[in-house]
Design a binder for this molecule. Structure first.
Ligand code: NAG
Ligand code: NAG
Length: 314
């Protein structure tokens, strides 16, 4: 299995080398020294989470705001340092907000009723207040606010999209769970049934659970992009289908892919397009997690312009 994947990966690399002309890429600007800045008083923060920002030297007029959420056992700084978001912010002028859990090593709270309720008093409330603060401080564009994360941060990405659908235009999550799947009623609970892939619901039941998180909301929900690896042993692979069912229920999609694109956005990834607002990306031979693809996420958000890829032409 492992050696087959390696062979496939090498084959993909060689076919790229053989066919792709060198792309005329703009050089990435290095993030400035000091990198993230901690913000102390950003508003109501009932669970004591931490806010960090990265503001590029040349801020766009009415900049977009991108909220980035780390995995368990990571910090804002370690996740920032492992991604290209700083360089891309320098290039495109958007504001980055990195959240951080109260204690190093903590996961995000995706299980309590507080966090699963609009302005309900959990981590989700603190994160929403970080976004509100950043929008105000940098005169950001409230119609261009986005959220992304890996693992626990991916679960929290889905929770933010479900609990604050009015705040986010799009979300991109790497190896998470459907919003509400991890509910235990306790703060930072571990839901082993959800993690084990035993929580299965119809699209209508998932959608009803999401609507209960913000019952008075009648507007559109953020566009959702879901990644999952097919050999993920931490968060069972069933979560991919359950996430697709949840957001299909929200958007009124059939849940059957309208288009399937192999090797998109990269090698060993298959992109399933369920409708304009929902994509699933299945990783072949990927465990936990499918690594963040910053340029694909920013393209999904509309911050970067979509490149025309040969495989997506009819
Ligand atoms: C997910 O759904 C697809 C299509 O409905 C199905 O072929 C596949 O077996 C499902 N995967 C899992 C892990 O249940
Ligand atoms: C990330 O996405 C871009 C398209 O947005 C693609 O060109 C690139 O190959 C992807 N990278 C990986 C590692 O999949």
């Amino acid at each position: 299995m492992r050696s087959m994947n390696l062979v496939a990966a090498l084959a993909a690399v060689f076919s790229c080398l053989a066919t792709a002309a060198p792309a005329p890429e703009q050089p990435l600007l290095a993030p400035r020294a000091g990198a993230l800045t901690q913000v102390q008083d950003f508003g109501k923060n009932p669970s004591g989470i931490k806010m960090f920002t990265y503001v590029p030297a040349k801020l766009a007029a009415k900049p977009p705001v991108v909220l980035v959420l780390h995995a368990c056992a990571w910090t804002a700084a370690s996740f920032f340092g492992s991604t290209k978001y700083g360089q891309l912010a320098e290039q495109h002028g958007f504001v980055l907000v990195f959240g951080q859990t109260p204690k190093d090593g903590d996961c995000w709270d995706v299980s309590s009723d507080q966090t699963l309720t609009h302005d309900g008093g959990g981590d989700s409330t603190g994160l929403a207040n970080m976004v509100r603060y950043a929008l105000q401080k940098y005169s950001g564009d409230a119609s261009r606010v986005y959220v992304t994360g890996e693992s626990s941060g991916a679960m929290m990405t889905q929770v933010m999209a479900a609990v604050y659908p009015d705040m986010f235009a799009a979300a991109s999550e790497f190896s998470g769970e459907p919003a509400g799947c991890f509910r235990t009623g306790s703060v930072r609970g571990w839901n082993s049934q959800c993690a084990g892939g035993q929580v299965k619901k119809s699209p209508a039941d998932w959608a009803a659970q999401v609507h209960k998180m913000y019952p008075s909301y009648t507007g559109v929900y953020p566009k959702m992009q879901v990644y999952h690896g097919d050999v993920d042993k931490t968060l069972n692979i069933n979560s991919f289908n359950e996430s697709i069912k949840e957001w299909s229920g929200i958007f009124g999609y059939s849940g059957t892919a309208k288009q399937t694109i192999e090797n998109s956005p990269g090698a060993r990834l298959t992109k399933y397009i369920y409708g304009d607002r929902l994509q699933g990306i299945w990783g072949h031979g990927f465990g936990h997690v499918v690594p963040t693809n910053e340029t694909e996420a920013l393209t999904w958000f509309g911050i970067l312009l979509a490149q025309l890829h040969p495989e997506s032409s009819p």
